[in-house]
Design a protein around this ligand. Structure first.
Ligand code: GTP
Ligand code: MG
Length: 707
């Protein structure tokens, strides 16, 4: 039976601003197009699964009319398997209360993989809404010798088809013109649902319309989805089906099962049959070269079981080496200027609490952290490059063997890699993982990957540990890489443990697309780096400033009697009392009450440790020294005169920061993504417990060995 999708066109007048949704397979350039249309800065990257949540923006038609554009996570099919795909399906089917249902759909396809990409487009045409088909990445297709007869495709489908190069903004004018058309046609494309299934589709459609209150088109699309993947419709949050609809579904499924028919497979292959015919008529492939492409050649080395690791190691070394060497000059500059600012405030205000609050609280605290901005910039510049070129997906690929040993798949690795920047986007990225337990395991271990907030702590400790300039920079790089290694090994170890105990499950199969290498957009990398730098500064200006000010008060009150030494003042202050309170618990790790104050405050965010040390050790006094905090730390002492920050203590402290869960923002995100308090609390407990135990072992063993 042939079901016409629809003939005619949509109503011409819009009472509100028209809503467009950008839909397509992962990594086909939707967000790039979204940015080009709206001028916004949605994150773009050369690996599947960059966008995991919808994002709304405004664009203007060729006549200046505003239009709402929704960027959506990539999906291979409307039969969603992972939480990010579910977002796309639910927005399209109008199930989200927080998002307007799109009136018109912009289907983006990668011109290099038209056949595979058209599967989703085909499902979307069933929705009976106006669609514009965008053939993106035409530049890559052209180079690969793929020619698409877009006029023919346009005739066959009866919808506008627009070739584009989103990355260069090519094709935007025709696209805007098409979007401005008040009379966008509905597809007149028809396809044959297998005869044995067609009556079921009609019955389900009728019931979904009459009993579940769906519009006829949504009803038909949902009927087809129900038959291809029942789970995809019975999701949390969507209204349960009317009993009558379920009854019809059960009836047909029992009947087909009795006949030994695989109805889902029959539907999928009949779709592919139509798509195959469509592509045969419209895609002309003339291979321009024989033999492997440049991408393939690079991959034989980069994904090689031995050389791959070598490449990964070299890249990491280059990144850390750059962090240590190139940051020197701008760091000194920032340091000089914060010192000058503090001096200026000192000179222009009369002595008193307010002056001290500004210099010893705000400037010392924020300055102590902002000094690490150059390193953060360098780190994110490299991460941006790795994401843009497509190397991230390769790193995930070579890690896959290791991942499957611990019971995870390559899909968990992108979230874990992203956590090197910050656990929050990492945890968001777990939405691409289909299996609930695998997703949870990944969320639980992601914060063990050393995030950029730990960088200032490591850098400060390494500087204190190796004060001289005589030590080769590679030693510092080595210690730093050790910390990253410990964090990563810890994440793998705990993933292994959780997969065997709490969250048992089959090791999943790896389904990871390796995107072709691309030269990243300069603007994308700059934007990515700039955005992260801005986030870092914003944290310094808000959370770190706030905590520094509070901490200053807690350290300045209650006031000690006249003539007391600064350390006596701190010791009997509220902050000092808190530090003393936890000292018994941390003394076995080699930490005193002053470090204890830092441990307490850095539960808000890890960098706060650095600003706390600046406030506690009141560091910016010495005009002479260019690295005052480090200097203050090396001269800090226990009451009996022993030095406090011995190399062993610095090292132990770094170990503590590798493992401890210290970030309220992450706790909040884990709470939201797991929808319970149980998991974030469990995470705080197991991570901080591990941090304590390992620090204890390191410190005690180190002391026994005479370090
Ligand atoms: N050569 C070329 N690259 C492009 C084009 N459009 C986008 N890209 C690149 O393709 C990659 C993927 O782009 P995104 O916009 O992140 O893709 P997406 O569809 O939003 O991906 P997900 O959010 O993962 O579903 C990025 O590296 C872009 O720079 C294009 O027209 N030509
Ligand atoms: Mg995207």
């Amino acid at each position: 039976m042939t079901l016409p999708t629809h003939i005619g066109s949509e109503p011409t007048s819009h009472s509100r601003q028209p809503v467009y949704a950008l839909v397509g397979n992962p990594n086909c350039g939707k967000s790039t197009l979204f940015n080009a249309l709206t001028g916004l800065k949605q994150k773009v990257g050369n690996y599947p699964g960059v966008t995991v949540e919808k994002k709304i923006g405004t664009s203007y038609s060729q006549h200046g009319q505003p239009m709402t554009i929704i960027d959506l996570p990539g999906a291979y099919s409307l039969a969603a398997r992972s939480p990010d795909e579910a977002v796309t399906r639910d927005v399209l089917l109008g199930r989200r209360t927080d998002t307007p249902q799109p009136d018109r759909i912009l289907c983006v396809v990668d011109a290099n993989n038209l056949e595979r990409n058209l599967y989703l487009v085909h499902q979307i045409l069933d929705l009976g809404r106006p669609v514009i088909l965008i053939l993106n990445m035409m530049d890559v297709a052209r180079k690969a010798g793929i020619d698409i007869r877009s006029a023919r495709l346009e005739r066959e489908l009866g919808i506008p088809v627009i070739p584009c190069e989103a990355i260069k903004g090519k094709g935007l004018v025709p696209l805007r013109l098409a979007m401005s058309r008040p009379d966008l046609p509905l597809s007149k494309h028809t396809w044959d649902v297998p005869a044995a299934i067609a009556p079921a589709v009609s019955e389900l459609q009728a019931s979904l319309t009459d009993n579940d209150g769906k519009s006829p088109f949504t009803a038909r699309a949902e009927a087809l989805l129900l038959l291809t993947d029942q789970n995809s419709v019975h999701v949390a949050g969507s209204a349960p089906l009317n009993p009558r609809t379920t009854e019809i579904l059960d009836h047909w499924q029992k009947r087909w099962a009795g006949e030994g028919m695989d109805w889902a497979e029959a539907l999928v292959s009949s779709r592919y049959y139509v798509i195959g015919k469509l592509c045969a008529d419209t895609v002309i492939e003339s291979p321009v070269q024989n033999g492997p492409s440049a991408s393939d050649k690079i991959d034989t080395v980069v994904t090689h079981p031995v050389w791959g690791w070598f490449v990964l190691g070299s890249i990491m070394t280059v990144i850390f080496l750059s962090i240590f060497t190139f940051a020197e000059y701008p760091m000194n500059w920032i340091d000089d200027h914060t010192a000058a600012l503090a001096d200026w405030v000192k000179g222009s205000m009369s002595p008193g609490d307010l002056r001290d609050l500004i210099t010893d609280g705000a400037i010392a605290g924020v300055g102590g952290v902002v000094i690490f901005l150059p390193q953060i910039l360098i780190l994110f510049f490299f991460i941006g490059l790795l994401e843009g070129t497509g190397y991230m997906a390769r790193a995930a690929f070579i890690m896959d063997r290791l991942m499957s040993r611990v019971g995870l798949n390559g899909k968990s690795f992108i979230p874990m890699l992203s956590s090197y920047a910050c656990a929050i986007p990492g945890i968001m990225a777990t939405r691409t993982i289909e299996d609930h337990k695998d997703r949870l395991v990944t969320i639980l271990v992601a914060p063990l990957m050393s995030c950029s907030a730990r960088l200032p702590v490591y850098l400060l400790m390494i500087a204190t540990l190796i004060p001289g300039e005589s030590v080769p920079v590679l030693t510092k790089v080595g210690i730093m890489m050790m910390m990253y290694f410990f964090g990563t090994a810890g994440a793998f170890g705990f993933a292994w443990l959780f997969k065997r105990t709490l969250l048992k499950g089959e090791p999943p199969l790896m389904i990871m697309e390796l995107p072709p290498y691309r030269i990243p957009g300069t603007l994308d990398v700059a934007r990515h780096t700039g955005e992260r730098a801005w986030l870092f500064l914003k944290r310094a200006g808000t959370i770190i400033l706030g905590i520094s000010i509070i901490l200053w008060f807690l350290a300045a009150y209650p006031k000690a009697p006249e003539g007391a030494l600064p350390t006596e003042q701190l010791a009997q202050s509220y902050a000092g009392q808190a530090g003393h309170f936890i000292e018994p618990a941390i003394k076995p790790l080699g930490f005193d009450w002053q470090i204890g104050i830092g441990l307490i405050t850095s539960f808000a965010a890890r960098e706060v440790f650095v600003s706390t040390m600046s406030v506690v050790f009141n560091a910016e006094d010495d005009g002479e020294d260019t690295t005052p905090l480090r200097y203050a730390l090396t001269s800090a002492k226990w009451p009996d005169g022993r030095p406090l920050f011995t190399p062993l203590v610095c090292f132990t402290l770094m170990i503590f920061y590798v493992f401890a869960m210290q970030c309220v923002a992450t706790v909040a995100v884990v709470r939201r993504e797991t929808n319970s308090w149980r998991w974030p609390f469990f995470q705080i407990g197991y991570m901080t417990g591990t941090a304590w135990i390992l620090s204890f072992i390191v410190y005690q063993a180190g002391t026994a060995l005479g370090f």
